[in-house]
Write a protein that binds this ligand. Structure first.
Ligand code: ZN
Length: 559
């Protein structure tokens, strides 16, 4: 911690045992109860920050090193250990938060840490009770089964054995015949596992419904919202948002798809064409991973003094683990090492435009974490997902004018592709959300009936889409590849809400880049100090839940 020149790869790691954790936390609970004033209790609260910061830092380090080399047995064991003890950690947190909630010095705390954390505790208590533990354990087993099933899919294509993510390159090939062949082998493979995909989901719905019943809720929708820590909007707000998308945004997305169909010289836009934006193929970054970092450094130095300082910090401490390697887990993410006040970024560079997305999207998350790392009130970091995704998805637009550095003469193509993709994503995301709401409201539906629900939604949200006799995708199964549906119910709408805010920043920056940046900085600095719609309002942005919001947004979009 005191070492100013630490490097991520050299950080010491030591297991935090549940015994030492429980010893420290028992002491904290005792001291908290014995405290005689708000000040005294707050100094105990800081010890709570300390013990949680220590264990989460250890867990993140172990997790990231395991992801960095999944065949490393040491970190595999460490990870398994934390999986096993994490319910006990959660149980302590709930116990502690209950004390805080009922503290005699509540007013003192509200002045010190704000009112939002108390609302969050209220929601946490609605979302969790010990009675759920066995069901949650079963839920974890089911989601792991799904993740493993998907991760193990291998197809033979053009003499190579490929997993789904590597096949992705061919699914986006500029050569339509290759795309169709790749989609065909994928669907053939997927058709061999449909029964298992259905079975896992059927059990997950039953399990989650049982969790809702155990907590005395009508169905899982309410519990799912508590799990997502929704502290400032409910399912009616989300429904109204989705209706605005259907009425106003879907026609705009259809125009975009139609323009693309013409650009690609196709008779109709089939699902195999969805990932392709230009006849000559999608832009790909030029040069090596080092070149991407050099470009990133130039970009962030020029963008602002804050981003310059941030990116230099990331480079100085080597806080990226982004090169693709055998034995490295898939995916990309950003985490915050509280003990070192350092954001870290994990990814798998593979030579596609996704590599640049890491530089913009994940760096958006990391930049916000860096900006606010010295805030002594740790609750301010409990940022809900829709807010966090505004930080990252907006950064994707703020970096737009530097895209020539990454894509050479095709920088403008990348920006066009990115904007079209950003808009077309929103109807898809809303469809995923509405699907889940229907499924959990009617848990009795059979797998076949669920597919009918999906097919109906596709007509509403993606009317342009055709499926050239594909047995998997035309049969209402697209959602079965969307891992959020299995792993994190109701998460998906967060990306849609955030995207509309990122688009608002885009509109402002088209007029006045500096002004947009100042607003963005102010929004990042708000962290989670207030509720999402209020924080937006504070910096002059509109809430996506406001009446007529989508119409106003669409009128200003320059395509
Ligand atoms: Zn993100």
């Amino acid at each position: 911690m005191k070492n100013e020149n630490f490097k991520l790869s050299e950080l010491p790691y030591e297991r935090i045992t549940i015994e030492s954790f429980e010893k420290e936390t028992t002491e904290i609970l005792k001291e908290f109860n014995a405290a005689q004033s708000g000040e005294e209790q707050f100094s105990v609260h800081k010890k709570y920050y300390g013990v949680m910061g220590k264990i989460t830092t250890a867990m993140i380090l172990a997790g990231m090193r395991h992801d960095g080399n999944v065949s490393d047995e040491f970190y595999e064991k460490e990870n398994e250990y934390y999986d096993e003890i994490s319910p006990k950690i959660e149980s302590f947190q709930v116990k502690y938060q209950k004390l805080l909630f009922d503290s005699n010095y509540r007013t003192y705390f509200e002045n010190k840490i704000g009112k939002v954390p108390f609302k969050d505790i209220e929601i946490k208590l609605k979302a969790f009770a010990d009675v759920l533990i066995p069901l949650k354990q079963e839920e974890n087993i089911l989601t792991s089964r799904y993740n493993k099933l998907i991760a193990q899919i291998k197809v033979e294509f053009k003499g190579e054995t490929l997993n789904l993510s590597l096949l992705g390159k061919y699914l986006k090939s500029k050569d339509r015949t290759i795309r169709m062949e790749a989609a065909k082998v994928r669907s053939e493979k997927l058709l061999t596992i449909v029964d298992e995909l259905d079975d896992i989901f059927d059990k997950l719905v039953a399990n989650r419904n049982a969790q809702a019943k155990a907590m005395k809720y009508d169905n899982y929708v309410e519990l799912g919202y508590y799990n997502m820590k929704r502290n400032s909007y409910d399912k009616n707000d989300v429904k109204a948002f989705r209706n605005q998308v259907k009425e106003v945004l879907v026609p705009v997305a259809s125009q975009i798809h139609e323009a693309r169909r013409k650009r690609l010289a196709l008779e109709k836009l089939d699902f195999v064409d969805e990932g392709v934006y230009f006849l000559e193929g999608n832009p790909i970054p030029i040069g090596t991973a080092d070149d991407i970092f050099t470009a990133g450094k130039t970009m962030y130095s020029e963008l602002s003094s804050e981003t310059k300082e941030f990116f230099n910090f990331m480079l100085q401490h080597e806080l990226f683990d982004i090169l693709g390697r055998p034995n490295k887990a898939a995916g990309g993410y950003m985490e915050m090492l509280m003990l070192y006040k350092a954001p870290i970024i994990f990814a798998n560079f593979n030579g596609t435009s996704g590599d640049v997305d890491v530089m913009t999207h994940e760096c958006g998350h990391a930049f916000q974490g860096y900006l606010t790392r010295n805030d002594e009130i740790v609750e301010h970091n409990n940022i809900t997902n829709e807010t966090a995704e505004v930080h990252s998805m907006s950064m994707e637009f703020f970096t737009g004018k530097w895209m020539d550095l990454f894509f050479g003469s095709r920088g403008d193509d990348y920006q066009k592709m990115h904007l079209e993709d950003a808009i077309a994503f929103i109807p898809y995301g809303c469809m995923i959300d509405e699907f889940q709401e229907i499924i959990y409201t009617k848990p009795e539906l059979t797998p076949d009936e669920r597919r009918e629900v999906w097919k109906q939604l596709e007509k509403e949200y993606k009317p342009h889409l055709a499926f050239e006799d594909d047995e998997f995708f035309s049969e209402g199964r697209t959602w079965q590849l969307q891992k959020h549906v299995y792993n994190w119910p109701f998460y998906y709408i967060d990306y849609c809400l955030a995207q509309t805010c990122a688009l608002q920043f885009k509109m402002i920056m088209d007029e006045d880049y500096k002004e947009a940046w100042q607003k963005y900085l102010a929004f990042c600095l708000e962290s989670a100090t207030d509720y999402f719609p209020v924080m937006l309002q504070n910096v002059g942005l509109k809430s996506p839940f406001a009446d007529g919001f989508m119409k106003g947004l669409v009128e200003k979009i320059k395509l």
